[in-house]
Ligand binder design. Structure first.
Ligand code: SF4
Length: 348
């Protein structure tokens, strides 16, 4: 993606994409900020990566690359710039640092966490491995570096099924997203248990299970319900509903399609339905609507990610100016985490 460096060029671009939804004076303010960021980016030899959940004015003005965790991880690994600014949450910026350790990696807000990443610690993984010796650990990319370091391989929502199949083992530990694990278990024909819910319960070999999960959840996707879908379909009977695999299995089953953020975007681009609703962070609906003005996108915007929404143009400018908040990872942990992330990248 080519990013413009003058206020006028950015304003023109944003107006073309967002003038129906964002007032003109707001677009001007954002264009000025974005121009300052893009000039600084050139001066400091930086690259900006923007996750699909960034708000539209930021999404369409400053990132050199946009995409999901997997795509942005690849871009981070390949970057030869001195500074990588990750407009996303902390675990994503950590993944960039894991893959490209000699670069200065910045995340624009220290508050950009994630309920999934916070749901599990490295000690939790060590205890799971002790409880299920020899069972490989598949760890969702939405985790911190020390958890990845305890894992055999990482996955994203886009390649989780392939990663699990690639192991060709009878059992896998799949952490930390309870719902993603349940959706992957269904797709791969495996029975899943969540032993940590009931730590006193003994698990014996006669119990039939092939996946061991963990009760972490995305605080955004867990909130969508089958009732939401029923209500939307009542009002818009012709709507196509797309659910992220971090939604519950019931919500996924009641939807028309389930896939990663990139898979959802491609689905909308390639099909022609009267209405679409994506059950994911609301900003992505705005971004897809801006890029596809011929498509009617419905939104359930009362459900937002408080972490992704920490990332603003103002904070990104300040992060570049002060070169804050830098990601630092212990080298031993980074090397171990690198092995798990790199194995995933080989699979796809
Ligand atoms: S949307 Fe969910 S998984 Fe993504 S950063 Fe927010 S809390 Fe974490």
């Amino acid at each position: 993606m080519i990013t413009e460096t003058t206020t006028e060029a950015i304003y023109e671009k944003l107006t073309g994409l967002l003038s129906k939804t964002v007032p003109d004076f707001e677009l001007r303010i954002k264009a000025e900020l974005a121009a300052e960021i893009n000039q600084l980016k050139l001066e400091k030899n930086a690259v900006i990566l923007g996750h699909n959940y960034m708000e539209p004015a930021l999404f369409y003005s400053i990132p050199d690359y946009v995409g999901d965790s997997l795509e942005l991880s690849r871009k981070a690994a390949q970057s030869n710039k001195d500074i990588i600014v990750f407009c996303g949450v902390k675990f994503m910026a950590e993944t960039a640092k894991i893959l490209n350790p000699t670069k200065k990696v910045l995340v624009p807000s220290e508050k950009a966490g994630c309920s999934l990443a916070a749901s599990i610690t490295a000690q939790d993984v060590r205890e799971l491995k002790a409880k299920f010796p020899g069972v490989p650990v598949v760890t969702y990319i939405n985790t911190y570096a020390d958890v990845k370091a305890e894992s055999d391989i990482c996955c994203t929502s886009g390649n989780a099924v392939e990663v699990v199949k690639s192991l060709k083992t009878d059992r896998v530990i799949f952490i930390p997203d309870e719902y993603l694990a349940a959706n992957v278990a269904r797709e791969t024909g495996k029975q899943i248990i969540y032993p940590t819910r009931d730590p006193l319960r003994r698990f014996t070999e006669d119990l039939d299970y092939q996946m061991i999960g963990w009760p972490g959840r995305c605080e955004v996707h867990e909130k969508f319900t089958v009732e939401d879908i029923v209500n939307v379909r009542k009002q818009f009977p012709d709507v196509i509903i797309l659910a992220h695999p971090e939604c519950s299995p019931e919500v996924v089953a009641a939807s028309d399609f389930s896939g990663s953020t990139t898979a959802m975007i491609k689905y909308v681009e390639k099909t022609n339905a009267p209405h679409y609703l994506m059950l994911t962070e609301c900003s992505m609906g705005d971004n897809v609507a801006a890029a596809n003005p011929d498509k009617e996108m419905l939104r359930l915007c009362s459900i937002r990610c408080p972490h992704m929404n920490q990332i603003t143009l103002e904070d990104t400018l300040e992060a570049l100016q002060k070169e804050q908040f830098e990601i630092v990872i212990d080298e031993e942990i980074r090397k171990k985490a690198y092995v798990a992330v790199e194995r995933m990248l080989h699979i796809g």
